[in-house]
Design a protein around this ligand. Sequence first.
Ligand code: G6P
Length: 611
Amino acid sequence: MCGIVGATAERNVVKILVEGLHRLEYRGYDSAGLALVDGDSAGITAYKRLGKVANLENALKENPHDSHVGIAHTRWATHGKPSETNAHPHLSADSIALVHNGIIENHAELRDMLVAEGYEFVSETDTEVIVHLVHKYFQQQQELFKAVKSAIAQLDGAFALAVLCKDEPNHIVVARSGSPLVIGVGIDENFIASDQLALRQVTDRFIFLEEGDMADVSCDQLNIFDVHGELVEREVVQLDDYADASDKGQFRHYMMKEIFEQPKVVAETLRGRLGKHQVMEEIFGADASSLFDRVKRVQIVACGTSYHTGVITRYWLESIAKVPCNVEIASEFRYRDVVVEPDTIFITISQSGETADTLAALRKAKDIGYTASLTICNAPASSLVRESDLVLMTQAGPEIGVASTKAFTTQLVSLLLFTLVIGRRNGLTPAREQEIVSQLNELSDLCAKTLELADRIKEVSNHFTETTSCLFLGRGMQYPVAMEGALKLKEISYIHAEAYPAGELKHGPLALVDSETPIVAVAPNNDLLEKLKSNLEEVRARGGRLYVFADVNSGFSESDGVTVINVPHVSDVLEPLIYTIPLQLLSYYVAVLRGTDVDQPRNLAKSVTVE
Ligand code: G6P
């Protein structure tokens, strides 16, 4: 989604804002802008450019500017097409400037009211109503903080916003409700951002604002008020150094860097969590054991790639832990009538911890009587983490590429740990748990070995450059692996791709098979291999081109129209983790050949904090 950054300092803040925007660009990137207070209340200067932050940066190089207080924004369009006029900051009467993340649901009625009062709107955005509202109240109250407070009281929806005022040139007022906002604490300088990553170059100390908080931020003062308007102290959190997160190192794209980090982050996610023979269940928190004793069912909710983690987890939970599990897309779950069965734990899975639909689903779950909530998340200070009863953090480190890779594999690892902990209450024997634990101990090496397939997959990717449509097939746990493979391909190469359970081919998709449509099959050496082989024969018989990712021992041989990529042997349980990796590589190389923007594919955003 959109990204916000702001700074108030004794030094010139322009460079800090632009660097912050670059770091936030992974969230949304159709336009960017910034507003700067000119010293001594001479006015506010705003620059906006369509496209990437680099365009804004070039505009600023042509018009160098010196300012000690500024706010900036990178946009991912929701209301109104990408354009300079719709880009933030929005201004009212050239005296108030505002940047906003989120969606204002009652913007149409507020707009009508403000138009009736004489305000002229220049953009199609929902955001512009907020800046005019602030202006209106500023006229009455002559104090920016009070004006912002009055304005937000009128808003329905989600927002994180930052506001500047020409007549109060030394501070920024911010407010958070439904969208994340963080304050970066410096020495004689303070910063704000929608994601701490934007500020890592200037500070490692952060205050994570809570729901309903407002703050008044100047270079030497920081006042935070809670939802009741009470002045509050919030904890300052010192974050570990993960400076390399925004550095691509030897790789051309973040996505490739993140694919290659998988051996490391899988090991990190297991570190300190495995005993000699079993998973240490304290990792889920002090209350976890007694809560887990009551669990008879599992409900998982997530979006995108995280949803695919959920679908795979269902196979593990039902086969290893013998617990019924339901998995649902968050945007569906949140709006349907749900029958909650007793003793059901509610699990959310999310890389960012801020996905609006997943968060709304969790809030609904808390209202309707689930036994407990657990989140599997990669962002320690996120809303999902703060609002769930139990948390297991994935240790993927910041993921910058919009297409999720290392977050997915670390989510899978985390949910396998959960499966074992629940399983041991349901007849999973210590011997079987120990067997899976020793396989997990080998997982990092196996990921590294699988990455050695990169060159072979690069060769094969040449066959996909002219493709317009592609089918991914798998059976059992490989069906969700195929779903994730298809999602990756469509996200970054813009090739239409669909996944099917291979047994379902004959009920429709077989009609699509011709020599133009590549069919990718995921074929580990398991109980379903012979069934899958028969399905692939159906494809061959109709002249389909097959690309089979197969276990070295699964007996596939190459022939005309059949390309085989041999994947290292892996135990049944860990198959989804290993078979995902070559599919990530395939989509990456195809996208590079097609010349797309791999890390920031068109129309997508990393963190979807609006509905
Ligand atoms: C966006 C991202 C996807 C991600 C999904 C869910 O669509 O582009 O990569 O899988 O959101 O995000 P979450 O942070 O909840 O895992």
